[in-house]
Design a protein around this ligand. Structure first.
Ligand SMILES: NC(=O)C1=CN([C@@H]2O[C@H](COP(=O)(O)OP(=O)(O)OC[C@H]3O[C@@H](n4cnc5c(N)ncnc54)[C@H](O)[C@@H]3O)[C@@H](O)[C@H]2O)C=CC1
Ligand SMILES: O=C([O-])C1=[NH+]CCC1
Length: 307
C-alpha cells in the first residue's frame, strides 16, 4: 500500500540505482533492458488516457509493468491526476510477486530522474531553483531537489497565488511564490516544469542562458510546456529518443533536435553541456518503475523475514 512504499522508498537508495538503470537502458543491450515505447490507450470519453509500461531487466532479474491512468481533473478536485499500479513478476515463472501502489513510486522516481538530469547538466554553482506547478510532482521535486542540492533560493509558480501559498505552507524551507511565470523564471539556474498545461507556459526569452530546464509535464504528442524558442535554442536531452519522438509535443511540434539521452551522458558517450542552456524532456519509462519496485520488494522481504 501507499504507506509501505512511503516507508521503504528513500531518495538516497533510489537515485544511484536509477542513474545506473538509465545508463543500462541507453546501451540498448537487450540482456540489460527490454523496454519498448509504452502503449497509450486514449480514454476520450473521460478526457484521459492509460499507459502500459512493461519492462524486463534480464541481468537484474526484474520483470515489471506499470498501469497508469491520467485524467483531466476539474479545478479544485481532490482526486489525483495520476492513478498508478506497479506489478512486479517473477521472471523465472511469470507469476505476480507483488502489486504496489504506483502513485508514490511515480512521484518519487520522476523527481529523482529530474534531479539526476540537474546533477549532470546544471551549472555546478546553481543558486536559484524554480518550480512551475504545485501538484504531486511539484512536491516530490521540491523534496528531492532540496535533499540533494543546496539552492540559496526556491521559487514556486501557480496560476492561482492562493494555491501557490497553500502549497508553500506545506513545505519546510523558505520559498518565494508568484503567479507570473516570467517573474519566477528570470534569473533561475534550474527550472522544473510540472504542470498539466497543454500550451507552452515557459518562454525561451525569459530563460537565463546556461540554465537547466527539467520539463516533466506535456507527455502527449499534442501537449506543450515549453515554447519553440526554448526548444530550438537549448541543447535537448531526453530519457528515451524513441519515447520522445512518439510522445513529446515539445519535441515533435517544435522540430527540435535531440542531442542525447541522459543514459548517453551517464555512459560518457555524449557530453554534459553544462555551460549551455539545456532541456531535459522527461516522459517517464518502465525501468524507472521497475527499479524502485524491486528495491521496495527486497526491503519489504528483508523486513518481513526479520520479524
Ligand atoms: N515525465 C514523467 O515521468 C511524468 C510526468 N507526469 C506529468 O507531470 C504533470 C504533473 O503531474 P502531477 O503533479 O501528478 O499533476 P497534479 O494534478 O498533481 O498537478 C498539476 C499542476 O499543474 C497545474 N495545472 C493544471 N492545468 C494547468 C494549465 N492549463 N496551465 C498551468 N498549470 C496547470 C495544476 O494547478 C497543478 O499545480 C502532468 O502533466 C503529468 O502528466 C506525471 C508523472 C510522470
Ligand atoms: O511515466 C509515467 O508514469 C507517466 N508519464 C506521463 C504520465 C505518467
Amino acid at each position: 500500500c501507499k504507506a509501505d512504499v512511503e516507508e521503504l522508498l528513500l531518495y538516497r537508495d533510489l537515485v544511484p540505482l536509477l542513474e545506473e538503470a538509465l545508463g543500462k537502458f541507453s546501451t540498448r543491450d537487450t540482456e540489460e533492458v527490454i523496454q519498448s515505447v509504452r502503449t497509450a490507450v486514449p480514454l476520450s470519453k473521460h478526457s484521459g488516457f492509460m499507459l502500459l509500461m512493461p519492462t524486463y531487466m534480464e541481468k537484474d532479474a526484474v520483470l515489471c509493468t506499470k498501469f497508469v491512468c491520467m485524467y483531466k481533473r476539474e479545478e479544485g478536485s481532490t482526486l489525483p491526476a495520476v492513478n498508478a499500479t506497479v506489478v512486479l513478476l517473477d521472471p523465472e515463472r511469470g507469476n505476480v510477486k507483488a502489486v504496489m501502489d504506483g502513485e508514490v513510486i511515480t512521484a518519487m522516481r520522476t523527481a529523482a530522474v529530474s534531479a539526476i538530469s540537474s546533477k549532470l547538466l546544471m551549472d555546478p554553482g546553481a543558486e536559484v531553483l524554480t518550480i512551475l506547478g504545485t501538484g504531486t510532482q511539484a512536491l516530490s521535486h521540491y523534496n528531492v531537489f532540496t535533499e540533494m542540492f543546496s539552492f540559496k533560493e526556491v521559487r514556486v509558480w501557480s496560476r492561482s497565488i492562493e494555491r501557490a501559498e497553500s502549497f508553500v505552507r506545506s513545505l519546510k524551507g523558505p520559498v518565494t511564490v508568484s503567479s507570473s511565470v516570467e517573474e519566477v523564471v528570470r534569473g533561475a539556474d534550474v527550472i522544473v516544469t510540472v504542470t498539466r498545461c497543454t500550451e507552452p507556459i515557459l518562454m525561451g526569452r525569459w530563460v537565463k542562458p546556461g540554465a537547466h530546464v527539467a520539463a516533466v509535464g506535456a507527455c502527449r504528442p499534442d501537449r506543450r510546456e515549453l515554447d519553440d524558442t526554448l526548444m530550438k535554442e537549448a541543447v535537448v536531452y531526453v530519457d528515451s529518443r524513441e519515447g520522445a519522438m512518439a510522445e513529446s509535443g515539445d519535441v515533435i511540434l517544435s522540430g527540435a533536435e535531440i542531442f542525447a539521452e541522459l543514459g548517453d551522458v551517464i555512459n560518457r558517450v555524449k557530453p554534459a553541456l553544462r555551460n549551455k542552456t539545456t532541456v531535459f524532456k522527461s516522459l517517464g519509462m518502465g525501468i524507472e518503475d521497475a527499479v524502485p519496485a524491486k528495491l521496495i520488494f527486497d526491503k519489504w522481504k528483508a523486513k518481513s523475514s526479520s520479524l
